[in-house]
Design a protein around this ligand. Structure first.
Ligand code: XIL
Length: 397
């Protein structure tokens, strides 16, 4: 069975190479892979290249380049905010499906897959829910029922249209939280206990048997950060192994990939090792929210190239680390950037003390940055024997 699958993918790979060689020269020039889009270059590896999409910008007639690039460069899209609970149900019982529906329609028009983001998270919850819990008018039993209803309603609406769902997001604490030992943090763990995680996956599976169900988190790019007893990646790994052992329908681990050039970060071998360890559990993996921000020092803001250049290079190098590690794991199904242009990145709004930015692959004028070119090079100059086409994943019952 395994051998047959390997042969089958081998045939596909050979066929793809044959197609590439047979590609006609463009406008009299020989075929140049560097002129292809990211999505086209990802195809040879069976890798989806995705982006988060801001629906307001997508619909802004004054900013047409955003829509063009979202369609042409990417084969997967994620709603940056439109599928979050506060966006979908701002008032209890009345849903605002418009923007989320539009994203799904956009993906369909452009032959793209959709990563659903996000079903259970402690942030961007509607005010009626958090205040109801705070003032005691929503009991724990009701809260659990509301969560089940939310998951069932949202997953059912998009049944068959979502490739991967981020079912649970950011459930695990960081070493800087209180208490500093790793634990299940936030609103849901506090009110329902950690059992909500398994429940959420089961409810999502019941509503859509075909979507791949992911746990998604940040700072899990590699093992071995600091104290081994307090390693977030290890904690998430142990959680995933436990969920699998209990037969919980979890299909994948999403590593967000929000990095900063001011930190040490990891090398490609460390990141690849982590992905392989997760996929060793029978899970798919994905990078789900990649961006690599930098501190905007006075020099950077004044246009000093001696300060700007090293940041552009470090950002590109970190995009490259994550992409090459993903390419190296045949179970790493998609590589999604969290916005593709500095014009509309969440970073400057969220990291302002000190100010940070320059986190994406296109600058504010939609000019591709070094990070974009490095991503292309990584996709072009990769292949057998160490980079092989993705292995398809089927949802776990
Ligand atoms: C961010 C969005 O980009 C912002 O527009 C919004 O104001 C806050 O949330 N981890 C996640 C994403 O899983 O949903 C977050 O998105 C970024 C961090």
């Amino acid at each position: 069975m395994k051998l047959r699958r390997w042969i089958a993918t081998g045939v596909v790979a050979v066929a793809t190479v044959a197609t590439l060689n047979a590609l006609p020269a463009t406008a009299g020039r020989p075929y140049d892979p560097a002129e292809q889009s990211l999505r086209t270059l990802g195809q040879r590896h069976g890798l989806h290249i995705g982006t988060a999409v801001d629906l307001a910008v997508l619909n802004d007639p004054a900013d047409p380049r955003y829509r063009q690039l979202a369609a042409s460069e990417f084969s997967s899209v994620t709603a940056e905010n439109a599928m979050k609970w506060e966006s979908l149900e701002p008032t209890r019982g009345s849903y605002n499906w418009g923007p989320a529906d539009e994203l799904v329609a956009f993906a369909r028009q452009n032959n793209q897959s959709v990563r659903g983001h996000v079903l259970v998270w402690h942030n961007q919850l509607p005010g009626w829910l958090t205040s109801g819990v705070a003032d005691g008018s929503i009991s724990k039993e009701e809260l659990r029922a509301l969560l089940k209803k939310h998951i069932t309603t949202v997953v059912s609406r998009y049944k068959g249209k979502i490739w991967q769902w981020d079912v649970v997001n950011e459930a695990v604490s960081d070493p800087w939280d209180n208490p500093p030992t790793l634990h299940y943090k936030g609103f849901w763990a506090q009110h329902l206990g950690p059992g909500y995680i398994a429940d959420a996956f089961r409810w999502a599976r019941a509503a859509d048997p075909k979507a791949l169900l992911f746990y998604n988190d940040y700072n899990i790019e590699a093992f071995g950060s600091g104290d081994p007893a307090n390693d977030k990646t290890q904690f998430v790994y142990d959680m995933a192994r436990q969920l699998r052992a209990e037969g919980v329908p979890i299909d994948g681990i999403g590593s967000q990939g929000h990095l900063g050039t001011q930190y040490g970060n990891y090398d490609t071998l460390q990141v690849a090792a982590a992905l392989k360890k997760f996929s060793g559990l029978g899970l798919a993996t994905a990078f789900t929210e990649v961006d690599v921000r930098s501190q905007l020092t006075e020099g950077v803001q004044a246009g000093d190239s001696a300060e700007i250049n090293p940041r552009l290079q470090a950002s590109a190098a970190n995009f490259s680390v994550l992409l090459r590690a993903c390419l190296a794991d045949r179970h790493c199904l998609s590589f999604t950037v969290w916005g593709f242009t500095d014009k509309h990145s969440w970073v400057p709004g969220w990291f302002s003390d000190p100010p940070e930015g320059m986190a994406t692959i296109y600058d504010e004028n939609y000019q591709p940055k070094r990070a974009y070119h490095e991503m292309k090079a990584d996709l072009i100059y990769a292949g057998p024997p160490y980079v092989l086409p993705r292995v398809p994943h089927r949802p776990r019952r």
